[in-house]
Write a protein that binds this ligand. Structure first.
Ligand code: ZN
Length: 242
């Protein structure tokens, strides 16, 4: 059982990120288009990962899910038109192509951050996944396009290996003893007693509520896009899945 999410909605994407469809029951509807379900496969915006899109189907009516976010601890699905009501039995279908790309790039981000921090001592100050690229902000005096390419190459070597990615929960105090476990901050809610740890075996462990692939081979390869200087020590890089 996942105990990370205390809200009424069971976050199935945390237990199994590969679920593309699920059944559910409508728990509440606000303003006709903000729908809360008893369980969901839709990832809400947060932790540097964009929200999922897809559809909720009730009988023969299809409602497009255009935005998903956490609102007062609940996972709220914004649908494109009104009609759903409390107690409705529905079927959820993810836009899997988009989600799977995000899972691959999210996992790539872990590996890139881990290499960068391990080899340069940089502090990650921000990261944002987009559908077509990954952005990283970090604090480091010197970083140029050649160095970015070097780290992309290092990461790509790892993406050719059979390396498992797994998750488990740890008591908060125990989790916080792991060096660098909150490298990508804001990726987990504060004040929860147990943290969900995502481990790229032998490479990185992060407190993390996002979705990832199960093996580094699934990431494929990444390519450098660009580097930017944002002040004296702040560096920004972009890379993307090939
Ligand atoms: Zn993650």
């Amino acid at each position: 059982m996942v105990t990370v999410v205390k809200a009424m909605t069971q976050a199935l994407y945390l237990e199994d990120s590969y679920l593309r469809e699920c059944d559910g029951t409508v728990v509440s509807v606000k303003e006709g288009k903000y729908v809360v379900l008893n369980q969901t496969i839709f990832y809400p915006k947060g932790g540097g990962q964009p929200w999922d899109i897809g559809k909720i189907v009730k009988d023969n009516e299809t409602y497009s899910v255009v935005y998903v976010r956490k609102f007062s601890g609940e996972i709220s699905h914004e649908v494109d038109h009104a009609g759903l009501k409390e107690g409705d039995k529905v079927h959820c279908v993810l836009d899997w192509q988009r989600r799977y790309r995000l899972m691959r790039s999210h996992t790539a981000a872990h590996v890139f951050a881990s290499l960068l921090c391990t080899y340069t001592g940089a502090l990650v100050t921000g990261n944002q996944l987009e559908e077509d690229k990954i952005r990283f902000d970090f604090s480091l005096e010197k970083f140029d396009p050649e160095t970015l390419t070097e780290y992309i190459d290092k990461a790509n070597k790892l993406f050719r290996k059979d390396i498992q990615v797994r998750w488990y929960e740890l008591p908060r105090e125990e989790a916080l003893k792991i060096p660098g476990v909150i490298k990508m901050a804001e990726a987990f809610p504060p004040d929860i007693p147990r943290l969900r740890i995502v481990e790229v075996v032998g490479i990185d462990r992060q407190a993390d509520g996002g979705t990832h692939v199960n093996n580094l081979k699934e990431v494929g390869q990444i390519r450098a896009l660009k580097t930017e200087n944002k002040g004296k020590h702040n560096r920004r890089v972009y890379f993307a899945l090939t």
